[in-house]
Every structure is written in C-alpha cells, then in structure tokens.
Design a protein around this ligand. Sequence first.
Ligand code: TRP
Ligand code: ZN
Length: 464
Amino acid sequence: MRPTALILALATATVVSLTAGCSGGVEGTPGAAGLRDPYFPKAGNGGYDVTHYDLTFDVDPATQHLRGTAVITARATQDLSAFNLDLAGLTVDSAQVEGRPAAVNRAAHELTLRPDAEVESHLHKGRTFRTVVRYSGSPLTLTDPDNSKEGWLRTADGSVALSEPVGAMAWFPGNNHPSDKASYDLTVTVPKGLTAVSNGELTSRRTSGDTTTYHWHTAAPMATYLATLAIGRFDTKASTTPDGIKVFTAVDPKSAAAGARTLARIPEVVQWEAERFGPYPFSSTGAIVDRQNDAGYALETQNRPFFPGPPDVGLLVHEMSHQWFGDSVTPESWRDMWLNEGFATYAEWLWQADKEGVPVQDSFDRAFANDANWAFPPADPPTAADISQPPVYGHGAMVIHKIRQAVGDDERFFALVRGWTKAHRHGNASTADFTAYVEKTTGLDLTNLWNTWLYGRSRPAAKD
Ligand code: TRP
Ligand code: ZN
C-alpha cells in the first residue's frame, strides 16, 4: 500500500472508532506490538491468541523465491481495533481480516493490520477471527544477538527454515513467541524431484506436471520457534515404532550412509526417554539431516529434530529429549530456556551413565569444574546473546542433579520428572512454575538449592 493510502485508512479507522465510542459500543484498542519478553521484547503480540496456522507456500529453490498465504485463526483476548503480526522481510501483497480487506502497515518486524470498520465492530474479546496474509519474496537469513544464523537458510540443493528463537518471522507472519502455541497445516509446492519436510505428519503428496505438493499436519500445539521446513533432495524413510509412533526421517543423500546407524536408534532413544520422562508427547518422530554450514547447530524442531549433518547418538538423545522439555513443555519466556537445555543436557548425562558407564556424578563434576558454566546463573542470562551459552546447558543440568540429590531416591526423582511433563504437557511453564512444582511435590523447602544453584552468581566452595 502507498503511504497516502495508509494515512487515509488510519484516519478513517480513527473516525469510526470515535463514532463507535459515542454510540455506546465497546471501543477496541490496538493489541500490543510485543509481549515484553525479557530478552526479545518485541517478539509476539498482544490482544489475541493463535489457535491455528494454515500456511501454503510455493517455493522455487533455484531463485529462493517464496509465494505464501498464511491463514491465521486466532481468538481475541481484548476488544481489538488493530493488531500486529511479526514478519521480517518479504512483501505483503494483501491482507484480510474476517474476509474483508485490512489496512497494512510495516515497521521493522511488526506488521500492523487494521480491519475495516465493519469487522472491527465485531472483534470483541473472546471472538475467534480469521486473518489471511498473502506475501512473497526471498525469505531472509536472520542474525541473532549471539551472531548465530536462523530463519531461512540456503542449502546446496534447497533450503531449511530454523526458527529459534525468532526466525519464524522470516518465513511466515505470526505471533512469534513461545507462549502462544498453535496447531499447523503446511502445504508446500516444490519442483518435482525435491522433497519438502516439516513438522507433524505427511497427510498427502501429489505430483502434477512438474511440481509436487506436500501437506504436513501438526495437530499438537507447537511454538513458532519449533516450526521447520526443509526443501531439497532427501532420502526418506517411514516406519512405526513398536509403540505405534510413526517415524519419518529425511536425510540428505550425501549424509545417508554416515547417518544411518544413529538414525536407526531413534525408536530405542524415544523408548528409553519415555521410560524416564513419561509417554512420548507426539504421534510422530524422526529426524531431518541436511548439510547446513551457516547454522551449524542442531535444533529440536517439533516431532523431528534437525541436524546439520549426521548426528552422534549423544546429540540425538539431546534433541529428542527436547520433545518433552521444550516442545511439549514449552518455556513461558526466553528466560526459562534453562528448563529446555538443562533437562536436555541432563538427558545426555543419564544416557552416558546408562549406556557408556560414565556416572552422572562425573558429568556433574566436570560441569562444576568448567568456568564457562559459572559466567551467570542459568535462570538469569544477562542478555539475549546469552540464552544459548554454557550456563543455560551445563549449569542447568547441575540444577536438575541437585534436585535429584535432594529427593534422594531415584524412583521418586523420576516420578517427579514424569509428573512435571504430565502437568504441563502441550503447554507452557516458567521457572517459577517449576520451583513451585518441585517444592510442592517433594514437600521440601528448597530455597537454599535455588539460591545457590539456580540463581547464585558464584561457584559454591563445595559441590554438595
Ligand atoms: N537449542 C539448540 C539445542 O540445544 C541449539 C541452538 C539453537 C543454538 N540455536 C542456537 C546454539 C544458537 C547456539 C546458538 O539443541
Ligand atoms: Zn538443546
């Protein structure tokens, strides 16, 4: 939209809402432009809660051009006169709210939609409404505060979208904060011969002419940072575990031989983790293995983690454990990241103890001795550049081990962990939720433990 048109649209909206106020109707206000996350204050938006994303894309890997339509179903949490979506780059071609054209404004990563007067008069708190955004362009690779790359990443034969912490806004408009989870449908059309892999389950694949369309359905609530889409040449395998969980792996052909041994252990790892952490939270699992050097990290994308190359079993254990810690039980804010990485690191320690004869206490001792783990308290990273730093991982795992020691009994410790994943299954949880849960369940006053291990700034003189 041209600037003059926007000013007119805004002016019209102002007049209309004043009129509504005079006639005694409920006057809506704009939803907030951010959820005031302590590290990413502009991430997410206020005034609504997304229940479903229906995303349809055409992607041409040769030009890295994308044409997309996002149909977003949301429930208003206030009377709304306007609301924001997060979107970085790309061109918005049109937007509709409840089937009628909406005025569009863009500023940095904020896309503001102002519905027309008729629609606005219905956007009351509690109402479910539908937004359609048509957009196109070459999606951006984003650089995080810690200089890591996310968003849309090119690969030799296509691309992969990685979205932690805020990269989802590089490839679809949405409420880009972990506290707003939703179900998803992703329909992606790519040149014939290429595969498009995402979260959830593949519900259809159709080739017509020289393109193939893949439809992926994610029924369980998913945070935007866990959404992925990998496009390229892949060797794919579909199977089912003895427990009836579907397994879908997509592996870059050049990594297939090296990755096969570890990936064959997915059912074993899922089963082993389910025994400790509670029932596997989703109906499908798997992995995506691509060659991606710009990111170079693995990510716990929901259902099937992403690996930038063939993983070793420790990394598989780590990413798969995130399906419980992060994907099902999702942080309330980015401050709670240690709940993801502390548990995922502890899962590695448990695996090493069980399968490789390395006592957990040895892993703890090594983490304790590592100065990098003491740069800041796990539950209080100083800046957004620190949320993936060692204290969040190794020191976070130390906190879990101290809880295990306080509980004293392994049966009761693992029951505590299973109770936690059950209590917040498919939901969100904060550090305060966790400490309250642990104290309530154990009946212990753990003030000293939290002050020393979770919030303490200096390494205690003794490990115990
Ligand atoms: N969260 C991922 C994991 O632990 C790793 C990760 C994602 C990461 N983005 C990052 C690590 C940026 C460092 C920097 O599985
Ligand atoms: Zn992790």
